[in-house]
Design a protein around this ligand. Structure first.
Ligand SMILES: [Fe+2]
Length: 256
């Protein structure tokens, strides 16, 4: 009986169970227009404030094609490049599911887009955040590999009851990291790259702390999930972030 319950619970936590059809056909003309508006506005806003591989990734994956990208079309370009694919989900997935997806080179993207009335305010990440913010960097082998490794670290950390350590590492690199590029401060994280308000704020505000990135600092630095960050971690380069994260073992993550 108890065994039955455990196996049923385990089945309920398979990442595949969170995947839904994107139903691309059900996006309305206004949904596509919202994507185009967000895309044009954000590319102009970012200019050269984001690390250049991000902009290269947009080109490589043809994300500037008008309208909400369909996951199959996106995967047809992304998967042969780096082995990653996107899957549609109905909203935020639990951390254990999210990290299990990353460890399998699967990135979840919301099957919905914000409305015109919500351009700058989001209760949950939509497909603009997920696809515009995250997917361009997954076109690059080294970054894609780092993201897979973060997923593996996350799975191990959650199994050890220390999921917050992996969540902080993820947050301060993949989501809200900053990095220098040719000596200039740039946006690295998807949460910043896709944000109208926080992209400039993270680079220009005098009211925040900017501390040098290290994996140990990332693991030990709390974050806010419902407001602009009070501090950002700045790596010396994108390559530093990738090398440090890839070099970290689950044992090290749990030991910091
Ligand atoms: Fe995100």
């Amino acid at each position: 009986m108890r065994q039955d319950k455990i196996s049923k619970d385990r089945r309920a936590r398979r990442w595949q169970d969170y995947v839904v059809a994107q139903n691309w056909e059900s996006f309305t003309a206004d949904d596509h227009a919202v994507w185009d508006l967000l895309f044009a506005r954000q590319v102009e806003l970012l200019g050269s404030r984001v690390i250049s591989p991000f902009l290269d990734g947009i080109d490589l994956l043809r994300l500037s094609h008008p309208g909400v990208p369909d996951v199959e079309g996106l995967n047809a370009i992304l998967s042969p490049r780096t082995g990653w694919r996107t899957v549609a989900v109905p909203g935020l997935v639990p951390d254990d599911i999210f990290f299990a997806m990353l460890a399998t080179r699967v990135f979840p993207v919301g099957n919905f887009i914000r409305t015109r009335e919500q351009l700058d305010y989001l209760e949950a990440p939509d497909c603009f955040h997920d696809m515009f913010g995250h997917i361009p960097m997954l076109a690059h082998h080294d970054y894609a590999d780092m993201t897979r490794h973060v997923g593996e670290l996350g799975v191990a950390a959650i199994a050890a009851g220390e999921g917050h350590r992996a969540a902080r590492l993820y947050w301060h690199s993949v989501e809200f990291g900053l990095a220098k590029e040719h000596g200039e401060l740039k946006i690295l994280g998807a949460g910043l790259a896709s944000s109208f308000g926080e992209s400039h704020f993270s680079l220009e505000s005098d009211e925040v702390e900017r501390l040098p990135f290290s994996v140990s600092r990332a693991v030990n630095t709390p974050y806010k999930h419902d407001a602009f960050q009070p501090r950002y971690l700045v790596s010396e380069s994108l390559e530093q972030t990738i090398a440090e994260v890839l070099a970290m073992s689950p044992e090290q993550l749990l030991g910091f």
